[in-house]
Design a protein. Structure first.
Ligand code: DSN
Length: 478
């Protein structure tokens, strides 16, 4: 039996076992693989983890509780989880050059909440306990406790606005981060749509945040973290960088020097499943000063660690320490630039006029469409994207005026810059052919659209040719 046959047999056995208990889940699992194999996945926050990473998640580590930290658990029998968590944290520290790594967060939002908690504990709780002459919160009198709660609730956070490309957890009002902090958002320059560090500094001087958040989920440019740290230092803020989107580009040494957040930030958060290509999860990296506070993440903020996912993080981080991963990371950026150039050469408008990371933010107003219409029309043609606001979006956060494109997933399949030029042509062709459906009063609507079946079918055939040339999980026959 060849390796490919053995692998296929193993997955067939696994799916048969699932099928015997709940056939709908086995069928959905097969169908998901077919969908992922059969479409051009351009969602900037998605990727394809390796089969070793996926396999690591499907084990009995899922059955173990392990609240606490390595060697300091609230449950007995955690020696193997200790190994898993230690190895994952060791890889994270060494890969990113961080003093401290916490690999328990279940997602990026959980990582950010853990970081907020740790920063508040470090800068608000600890000084207050000393002032109140208490060792821990349980020793506080009722009135001291009320005072501490008021202090916790009166801290300031400044992060990038959602429509400039920031994330919900960077202080967006309806998000918990916009409710637990007094918040202000910084935007981008109205002309260039680029970060304006002088404007951020002026705003920070005025607002005096405890936490300055840098990082993004839809900004197609690199950030100078040395400058962000200067701003934080000038106003006495903690610099927290959310590198969820570009962690793979840091790991792959594409973002170095001022573009590498680790040497500049006090606390760095990330997911592990985006450009880093690991399992779905989060991490916090920090300077040693914050280690003890971040370590209290579970059980103070987080539920019990997902030991099977921590194990898969360790495997993914080991993969990210290879020269092949560095080649991959550079290809992600090269592919994004090829996609951007292909679109711009056809007259498309890109936010900031291009990209130098893994994201291309296409403003679709020039095609006469909303982001929602563009997203749906592209999906009809086998191209999976997500609609996204553009700066000062006239269509709001639901319909939007943009489509966010990203190259980590297709690059994992081996797509090259010339493939991306073809993908740009397909996207442009579909969006030119799609038209908004008119409303009863004869005006273009925001949701419905018309796209000829011929255009959708032709695009699907072109996409299938590229996808067949770069198979997902080659050798796995399911
Ligand atoms: N959902 C992630 C993204 O798509 O960027 C951020 O949370």
């Amino acid at each position: 039996m060849t390796d490919a046959q053995a692998l296929s047999a193993a997955y067939q056995t696994m799916l048969s076992a699932i099928e015997a208990v709940e056939p709908r889940i086995a069928a959905a699992t097969r169908s998901e693989l077919a969908d992922q194999r059969g479409s051009l996945k351009l969602i900037a926050s998605e990727n394809y983890a390796s089969l070793p990473v996926l396999a690591t998640m499907g084990t009995w580590f899922s059955d173990k509780y392990a609240e606490g930290t390595v060697g300091h658990r609230f449950y007995a029998g955690c020696q193997n989880v200790d190994t898993v968590e230690s190895v994952a944290a060791e890889h994270a520290r060494e890969l990113f050059g961080a003093e401290y790594a916490y690999v328990q967060p279940h997602s990026g939002i959980d990582a950010n909440l853990t970081a907020f908690w740790a920063i508040l504990a470090h800068h608000v709780e600890t000084p207050a306990l000393q002032e109140f002459d208490a060792k821990n919160v349980s020793e506080l009198s009722e009135s001291d406790w009320q005072t501490l709660r008021a202090r916790f609730g009166n801290q300031r956070l400044m992060g990038m606005s959602l429509d400039a490309g920031g994330h919900l957890t960077h202080g967006f009002r309806p998000n918990i981060s916009g409710k637990m902090f007094h918040q202000q958002s910084y935007g981008t320059d109205p002309e260039t749509q680029l970060l304006d560090y002088d404007a951020v500094l002026a705003q920070a001087r005025e607002f005096k945040p405890l936490i300055l958040v840098a990082g993004y989920s839809a900004y197609p440019r690199r950030v100078n973290f040395a400058k962000m740290r200067e701003i934080a230092d000038e106003v006495g803020a903690v610099l927290m960088v959310d590198m969820a989107h570009f962690a793979g580009l840091v790991a792959g040494k594409v973002f170095t020097g001022d573009e590498d957040p680790i040497p500049h930030a006090h606390v760095v958060t990330t997911t592990t499943h985006k450009s880093l290509r690991g399992p779905r999860g989060g991490m916090v990296l920090a300077t040693g000063d914050y280690a003890a506070d971040v370590d209290r993440g579970c059980p103070m903020v987080l539920g019990g660690p997902l030991s099977h996912v921590m194990a898969a993080k360790a495997v993914a981080l080991a993969e990210a320490r290879t020269p092949e991963f560095q080649t991959y990371a550079q290809a992600v950026v090269d592919n994004a630039q090829a996609l951007a150039e292909g679109l711009m050469s056809r007259g498309a408008t890109l936010v900031t006029g291009g990209t130098d990371n893994h994201i291309v933010l296409l403003d679709v107003t020039g095609y006469g469409l909303t982001g929602r219409q563009a997203e749906s029309a592209l999906l009809d043609a086998g191209i999976v994207t997500n609609r996204n606001s553009v700066p000062n979006d006239p269509n709001g956060a639901w319909y939007t005026s943009g489509v966010r494109l990203g190259t980590p997933a297709l690059t994992s399949r081996g797509f090259t810059t010339s493939d991306m030029a073809e993908v740009a042509s397909m996207i442009d062709g579909v969006l030119r052919a799609a038209t908004p459906t008119l409303t009863k009063d004869g005006k273009p609507g925001k949701a419905k659209y018309d796209l000829s079946a011929d255009v959708a079918d032709d695009t699907r055939s072109g996409a299938a040719r590229l996808l067949d040339a770069h198979p997902l999980y080659p050798g796995l026959e399911l």
